[in-house]
Write a protein that binds this ligand. Structure first.
Ligand code: SAH
Ligand code: SF4
Ligand code: F3S
Length: 466
């Protein structure tokens, strides 16, 4: 039986002139959690006969999974929707229907506005209602324009299908797993508490079951995700609340799961058991994304980060004492309202003190509805641009120094995907660097010993150590 007839048999109610296989094109913006969510939505749609396509023009459904974190990110959505409107029109002229859906954080924050500004959009769906996506599409088919942005009372994870073996295999040997969602911290610059809602932690059993499925599908490295992943406190099988350190311990019991990571962490939520996990679990990679945003205590206070630079530096010393080869990455915002030259110099000094293997830095972007938007003393664009350039120069220098310091080291490399040249693979170092090495594609998923021989701008080079 061909695949097409089997799909037709499975869907006896389908009109004979309707294409038996429907195609969905998903475009993902923003953070890793959106990457995870896009896969979960694709999995939910697969049950209704949708297959993914990389060609937007072929799609019966185009889903934009959007990000609202900075103004530029949100603007991208409206320009993409302009292009999609034209494509939808063109396809309608050819007698082919195309549905347009907007998911993610812009959907949550500006649902009504999207429907008003973009009449071609059929569906707006917020992150807490993805399990209702198949039902929402049925409503669209009946001619409705659907807005689904409630905070659902039911647990979406209970209703979203976990990845199956075939899909997991196709997605590779590393995977994301969302364990925590939402944020209760309300930093004054940030939209996340409004777009993702309050903190929710998935229960241990659900997480372990999903991790086991991933490993059954060939995954060797799992990155636990959360907007504040170390604020995770899920219910354990014993009925007690577990912390992330305990969860990591439990996950190391899954045979075949070689590596664990977690991101993004808030400095206030690094508890003792999590720090001990860095000491005790060799599977937990020595790489930590621990954003501070600014090196000025005055600005940290205005941002409502609720810790000082001294506390941050002391915390890092503690984690490094537990795991001496730990490397750090971070996030920085320049030009938060009221940031003076002196505050900015403090940020540069903090970066010098800490030393980052990698870091992301952004110009402060005023977000409507956040307390920061109402603050006086907004910093002019040209000042922000100059500060960003200086900060990025320093961070890039540190990143290169970190890469250079790796040369000569013998490390474990998780072989991940084909490299640029035939006979080469790209692997990941414990510190999340891409490393090129001569290896066979049958070795993807293996962890091998290599010696780092060189460093390019974006990746390292290595040779196999026997
Ligand atoms: N929960 C994480 C951050 C999630 S948002 C934490 O607390 O560290 C990812 C990053 O986007 C932030 O760390 C911050 O550096 C940046 N960001 C968030 N809001 C921003 C804004 N309004 N302007 C510029 N950058 C912003
Ligand atoms: Fe945003 Fe702050 Fe929450 Fe991070 S901790 S998601 S920056 S509000
Ligand atoms: Fe963006 Fe939402 Fe992630 S605003 S950074 S997609 S949580």
């Amino acid at each position: 039986m061909t695949q097409e007839t089997s799909v037709l048999t499975a869907k006896p109610d389908m009109a004979p002139d309707v294409a038996p296989i429907r195609k969905v094109f998903v475009k993902t913006y923003g953070c890793q959690m959106n990457v995870y969510d896009s896969d979960r939505m694709t999995d939910a749609l697969a049950k209704d006969g949708y297959v993914s396509t990389d060609v937007m023009e072929d799609a019966d459904l185009v889903l934009l999974n959007t990000c609202h974190i900075r103004e530029k990110a949100a603007e991208k959505v409206y320009s993409a929707l302009g292009r999609l409107r034209d494509l939808k029109k063109k396809k309608a002229g050819e007698g082919r229907e195309m549905m347009i859906g907007v998911a993610g954080c812009v959907a949550q924050a500006e649902g009504d506005e999207i429907l008003r500004r973009a009449p071609a959009v059929d569906l707006v769906i917020g992150p807490q209602t993805y399990h209702r996506l198949p039902e929402a599409l049925k409503r669209v088919k009946r001619g409705e324009r659907v807005l689904e942005t409630d905070y659902a009372i039911e647990d979406k994870f209970e209703h979203l299908p976990a990845p199956d073996k075939a899909k997991t295999k196709a997605r590779g040997v590393t995977a994301f797993l969302t364990v925590q969602e939402g944020c209760d911290k309300f930093c004054t610059f940030c939209v996340v508490p409004y777009t993702r809602g309050s903190e929710v932690s998935r229960p241990v059993a659900q997480i372990v079951a999903e991790a086991q499925k991933l490993v059954d599908g060939g995954v060797r490295e799992i990155t636990l995700l959360g907007q504040n992943v170390n604020a995770w406190h899920g219910t354990g099988p014993d009925g007690a609340k577990w912390g992330l350190g305990e969860l990591l311990h439990r996950l190391t019991a899954i045979e075949g799961l070689a590596r664990l990571r977690y991101t993004t962490s808030h400095p206030r939520d690094m508890d003792d058991s999590l720090i001990e996990a860095h000491r005790d679990l060799p599977q937990l990679m020595p790489y930590l994304h621990l954003p501070i945003q600014s090196g000025s205590n005055r600005i940290l206070k205005a941002m409502n980060r609720r810790h000082t630079t001294a506390e941050y530096i002391a915390l890092i010393a503690l984690i490094k004492a537990a795991r001496p080869d730990l490397a750090l990455s971070g996030d920085f915002i320049v030009g938060f309202p009221g940031e003076t030259d002196e505050d900015f110099e403090d940020t540069l000094r903090l970066v010098e003190t800490v030393g980052y293997a990698q870091a992301f830095s952004f110009k402060y972007s005023t977000r409507p509805g956040t307390p920061g938007a109402d603050l006086e003393d907004q910093v002019p664009e040209d000042v922000k641009a100059k500060r960003l350039e200086r900060l990025q120069t320093l961070l890039l220098k540190q990143q290169n120094e970190f890469a250079q310091a790796c040369i000569g080291k013998t490390i474990d490399l998780l072989l991940e995907k084909p490299g640029r040249m035939p006979g080469q693979l790209i692997g990941r170092s414990p510190w999340l660097q891409s490393v090129n090495v001569d290896a066979m594609s049958s070795q993807i998923g293996d962890i091998i010993r290599v010696r780092i021989t060189g460093a390019g701008p974006n990746s390292l080079f290595a040779e196999v150590v026997s």
